[in-house]
Design a protein around this ligand. Structure first.
Ligand SMILES: [Zn+2]
Length: 100
């Protein structure tokens, strides 16, 4: 994460503590702490994915993760599709037997 104060990509998620952090949680904002300048700031969770706050390395890792996740999703969809077909077939057979 790139620090909003000094621009160095050394900001990391900070532990939530105190009222301010819980208040910000309502707005889906997450605390970050910069290891370079020690600044603490909040970023929107969706902002974690924003490219302007991410260094090149992080972006590479995230796009790789996205690809892996998509691969997994595709695999799951295939499994569901096959399971759905089997279910439809079983229902079809059951209906055929009831009619016959
Ligand atoms: Zn900083």
């Amino acid at each position: 994460m790139i620090c909003i104060k000094c621009g160095v990509p050394r900001a990391h998620r900070s532990h939530r503590a105190g009222l301010a952090d819980n208040w910000n949680r309502l707005f889906r904002r997450v605390p970050y702490r910069c290891k370079a300048c020690k600044a603490r700031f909040y970023a929107y969770r969706s902002g974690e994915k924003s490219d302007s706050m991410r260094s090149g390395e992080e972006r590479r890792i995230m796009s790789l993760r996205r690809k892996i996740r998509w691969k997994k999703t595709k695999k799951e969809l295939a499994v569901y599709a096959v399971a759905g077909l089997i279910m439809a077939f079983v229902v079809y057979i059951a209906l055929q037997q009831r009619m016959g």
